[in-house]
Design a protein around this ligand. Structure first.
Ligand code: IPE
Ligand code: IPE
Ligand code: MG
Length: 242
């Protein structure tokens, strides 16, 4: 990495991991084969994030809308999550990774929730990298659940209604499921699709977006480093004049 890149390493990189199905299809295999291979890309990106000094890596693993896929594929993906989390727990912990899952966990199977809890508990003291897996997540769900928390605050403490109604954006952010995680500096989507698909809608308000043609199972360390390099060249203005 050039010295310029090192100075501008994004604190939080977020990945919309897309293209597993097409990757498998290109090889004449079932879609699930692409999901299996995609786990290797997650491992590579975790390593590359640590090596480049990225502090937060979030990955869109399953959207709220993905529940509408054929049951067979949903089951395969959920089974893969259980297996991958159980298998990776040791090395994540050893590498100083704090693991977390963000999303509507009420929809997840007890077996999956159990492995998530155990992995989160085990790695909660780590601080080299925070890995957030967005699972059963959607940006609209997130904003809505935060708005419901706001409403509940007023119902439970009517005398605090004025205070709640005067809440600013920073305080509202703390009601989102990503509370404690800085907004993503860079959101990368693989597979050539140029859309957000209901991802981090509030948090991504000022994220730099990078759309690459690489299919997720082919997105490895080199591609991650190239994304960080490309971010370093961006000029973030936040509406101001420079
Ligand atoms: C991304 O790959 C994984 C998930 C959305 C769970 P896809 O399964 O969307 O693969 P394509 O886009 O159909 O190729
Ligand atoms: C977005 O990918 C969700 C994840 C990467 C988990 P999709 O493949 O589900 O998105 P669409 O359907 O092409 O918008
Ligand atoms: Mg897709």
């Amino acid at each position: 990495m050039s010295t310029e890149t090192i100075a501008k390493v994004p604190v939080h990189v977020s990945m919309i991991m897309d293209g597993n199905g097409r990757w498998a299809k290109e090889r004449g295999k079932e879609r699930v084969y692409g999901h299996f291979e995609g786990v290797e890309s997650v491992r590579a990106c975790v390593e590359a994030a640590i090596e480049t000094g990225v502090r937060y890596l979030s990955i869109y693993a399953f959207s709220e809308e993905n529940w509408n896929r054929p049951q067979e594929e949903v089951d395969a993906l959920m089974g893969l999550m259980v297996k991958a989390m159980a298998a990776e727990m040791d090395s994540l912990d050893k590498n100083g990774v704090r693991f977390m899952v963000i999303g509507n966990r009420e929809r997840l199977a007890p077996e999956l929730n159990a492995v998530i809890d155990s992995c989160m508990e085990r790695t909660s003291g780590n601080s080299t990298l925070t890995l957030a897996v967005l699972l059963s997540y959607s940006g609209r769900w997130d904003v809505l659940q935060a708005a419901k928390k706001m409403a509940a605050m007023i119902i439970e403490n009517p005398e605090k209604a004025d205070e709640v109604m005067n809440m600013g954006q920073e305080d509202f952010s703390m009601l989102l499921s990503t509370s404690g995680i800085p907004d993503p500096d860079l959101i990368v989507r693989t597979s050539g699709e140029c859309r957000l698909s209901n991802y981090l809608l509030w948090q991504g308000a000022y994220s730099e977006l990078l759309f690459v043609d690489t299919l997720w199972p082919d997105f490895r360390k080199e591609e991650f480093r190239m994304a960080v390099e490309s971010y370093a060249k961006r000029d973030r203005r936040y509406g101001k004049v420079k």
